[in-house]
Design a protein around this ligand. Structure first.
Ligand SMILES: Cc1ncc(COP(=O)(O)O)c(C=O)c1O
Length: 379
């Protein structure tokens, strides 16, 4: 049975449980083959209505804030693998009590908080984030290795300092990347941070590994990690997010009006790009729309517009087989990552409901948002 989008009230995020389960099975197999840990990074997907499924498969998670760490402990029942760019003195003890691993972004933060860890929770694993100052990423907004980056300890920061008391290293330098990018990154890290690698037990290779994409070369990944482990003796942790929810999310919207100005047809939808698909909107990366293609001459072609008063709240254009009419459903797919976690109520626009679909039970509404959700964000 395929998802019956027509019957789902709009606007709505629809999460495909069956595809999610397939992703989890795939990641679980990869985890066993590499003999390492693969955890989900919560920053890109925190729809906790689906966390019982992660729990079934025994997946743990990475946090990048106190709130994420709380959610992980509460909903997954395991302590968080935590990296926060800068821990505040007020929050640190709480974060520590919710964490199995703590990664520091700078030597100053490590020196400030390490004594508290050793004294109170000596079993918590401690790491520093390193910055190899080179990454294959083309978008600067995602590239943690840009000049002047605030992320991670560089070789320059180390400047011959000896670091004691850490168990691991962490880096996050990839995004929707391949096993070949990881192979190059591991080579670079081994060359740049050889002296630190000798002192640690594990390395967290961050996120950005698109493990569940059909193009990802899993055999090559297994080869790369096996060789790296043999050479260095280190345990491996991977913390992707996108790979866990690849192809699992839809945003179902409806056409409210068609406006034609200067020969541009805009279908105004009951969603907002800047509120509900923010990551795509900011990066100007068009999400894929079911049944639509890149603009084609001779086909009905539309800009898709959001229902807010921000002039730039539109994306496009897409071509459709048929002319769009008021009431037609427009479905964005593969949008589960970095959308729900970033959505906002700018302009008071209606926040899409959240629902789960599976083949056995069909569609189940998880949460509907209303006026009180809008009102309670501010006071
Ligand atoms: C430190 C860290 N780990 C993991 C991730 C997850 O990356 P992805 O969703 O590309 O796999 C991110 C994303 O920004 C990150 O900053």
């Amino acid at each position: 049975m395929s998802i019956k989008f027509e019957s789902i009230p709009t606007p709505s995020y629809v999460f495909d449980e069956d595809t999610f389960r397939r992703n989890l099975e795939m990641i679980d197999t990869i985890k066993k083959r590499i003999g390492g840990e693969i955890i989900i990074s919560l920053k890109g997907f925190a729809m906790w209505g689906a966390f019982h499924i992660l729990r079934e498969y025994g997946f743990k998670a990475a946090a990048s804030s106190l709130n994420e760490a709380k959610l992980i402990v509460e909903q997954l029942g395991s302590n968080a693998n935590t990296y926060i760019p800068a821990y505040s003195a007020e929050e640190f003890d709480k974060v520590l009590s919710l964490s199995s691993h703590i990664t520091f972004n700078s030597l100053t933060q490590l020196n400030k908080f390490l004594p508290r860890i050793k004294e109170n929770t000596p079993n918590v694993q401690v790491a520093i984030r390193i910055n190899p100052e080179s990454s294959p990423l083309q978008y600067n907004i995602y590239n943690s290795c840009i000049q002047g980056s605030r992320f991670g300890v560089t070789v320059g920061h180390l400047n011959g300092t000896t670091i004691e008391g850490i168990d691991g290293l962490h880096f996050h330098t990839l995004c929707e990347s391949s096993s070949y990018d990881l192979e190059n990154m591991l080579e670079l890290i081994q060359n740049k941070f050889a002296s630190l690698i000798k002192k640690i037990k594990w390395i967290n290779v961050g996120g950005g590994h698109l493990l569940t994409s059909p193009e990802y070369d899993i055999d090559h990944l297994v080869e790369v990690i096996t060789m790296f482990k043999e050479k260095t003796g280190l345990e491996i942790i991977m913390e992707p997010c996108t790979a866990f929810v690849w192809n699992t999310g839809y945003l179902v919207s409806r056409v409210l009006d068609i406006v034609t100005t200067d020969n541009i047809n805009t279908a105004i939808l009951d969603i907002s790009f800047s509120a509900h698909l923010l990551d795509f909107h900011l990066m100007n990366i068009k999400p894929s729309v079911i049944g639509a293609t890149e603009p084609q001459k001779g086909k009905p072609t539309y800009r898709l517009g959001g229902n807010s008063c921000l002039t730039g709240d539109y994306m496009g254009e897409w071509s459709f087989d048929d002319v769009l009419k008021v009431g037609d459903v427009v479905i964005f797919n593969n949008i589960a990552h970095y959308t729900m976690v970033r959505d906002n109520m700018f302009n008071g626009v209606t926040q899409p409901s959240i629902g789960i679909w599976n083949n056995k039970e069909g569609y189940r509404l998880v949460r509907k948002f209303g006026y009180n959700d809008y009102k309670n964000r501010l006071s």
